[in-house]
Ligand binder design. Structure first.
Ligand code: C2E
Ligand code: CA
Ligand code: CA
Ligand code: CA
Length: 280
């Protein structure tokens, strides 16, 4: 029994060692990957729940690893944030997303509304030169700020209130709007909503999934009424079923996003969808 115990111990130790090595390898690969441009953006439609038309897109980054294939952002974004690679990567994401949106703007009819949402990590916000780089990206790509929404998570709100407000007001002065991502999953309290100039609440998928599970008014409808009171738009995330869609529609939720409408798409597919050349 003793021998087996030792063998087991060695086995787990090896697994642990493997995992550590794997992480270290990913960290190095990530740094190189950013230099080599191994990343690609996908665009997931954000749909108006009243008209079922595409109102905008959220950009979602993917890593095309030379040996491992596509790696999910759930895996590499936390590593990039930890190692600092997120700064360069985030700069590229912002540039690429704005550039793509600018190209689409030139193709769509002038009366067609469309916006692009880009995720910005808290680590990026607190860089001293974030605003300077942000302005430069808008001017280089030629995208008017009013077409852009920045998605940030509640964790950013935990930072210094004055400092963050200063950054957000400079962003907003460019016509860019602010969306609070994964709303309800972080540790922030509702009082934070008053302290920051937030334009859009994105209700996390976990609340959408729970919807209708109980008879009482669900959290989603409560969040929607809070947002309405505060003159914020609402996007419900992770809509997968027609029942969820119907319920959200009855709550008068403005926007929805989820596999029911579309998965995240590559540039060409997304373009076909807005230009209406795709079977819908
Ligand atoms: P997120 O910002 O909350 O993005 C939404 C995630 O939900 C995406 O996963 C999307 O593919 C997925 N999703 C959309 N509709 C559905 C649905 O109906 N059902 C389910 N089960 N999932 C759905 P993805 O692309 O794997 O991204 C995961 C997370 O990685 C993002 O969560 C975000 O936190 C981070 N991320 C992705 N792209 C970026 C980026 O460009 N910058 C930063 N900083 N983070 C990013
Ligand atoms: Ca997001
Ligand atoms: Ca989200
Ligand atoms: Ca999320």
């Amino acid at each position: 029994a003793k021998a087996k115990g030792l063998a087991e111990y060695q086995f787990y130790d090896e697994v642990l060692h493997e995992k550590t090595m794997d992480m270290l390898r990913l960290e190095t690969d990530l740094r190189k990957g950013v230099e080599r441009g191994e990343f690609v953006l996908e665009y997931q439609p954000i749909v108006s729940l009243q008209t079922c038309e595409i109102a905008g897109f959220e950009t979602l980054v993917r890593w095309q690893h030379p040996e491992r294939g596509i790696i999910s952002p759930e895996i590499f974004i936390p590593i990039a944030e930890k190692t600092g690679s997120i700064i360069k990567l985030g700069d590229w994401i912002l540039y690429e997303g704005c550039c793509q949106m600018k190209q689409w703007l030139e193709k769509i009819p002038a009366n067609r509304q469309l916006f692009i949402n880009i995720n910005v990590s808290g680590k990026q916000f607190i860089q001293p030169d974030f605003i300077a780089k942000f302005k430069e990206t808008l001017s280089q790509t030629g995208l008017p700020g009013s077409y852009l929404k920045i998605e940030m998570t509640e964790s950013v709100l935990m930072k210094n209130v004055d400092q963050l407000n200063n950054i957000l007001s400079q962003i907003k002065a460019l016509g860019v709007r602010i969306a609070l991502d994964d709303f309800g999953t972080g540790y922030s309290s509702l009082s934070y909503l008053h302290k920051f100039p937030i334009d859009v609440l994105k209700i996390d998928r976990s609340f959408v999934v729970q919807m209708g599970a109980r008879n009482e008014k669900d959290l989603v409808s409560i969040i929607i009424s809070i947002a309405k009171n505060m003159k914020m738009d609402v996007v419900a995330e992770g809509i997968e079923t027609a029942a969820q869609f119907k319920r959200l529609h009855s709550y008068d939720c403005q926007y929805g996003q989820g596999f029911l409408f579309s998965k995240p798409l590559r540039t060409k597919e997304a373009e076909n969808l807005i230009m209406g050349t795709d079977i819908k």
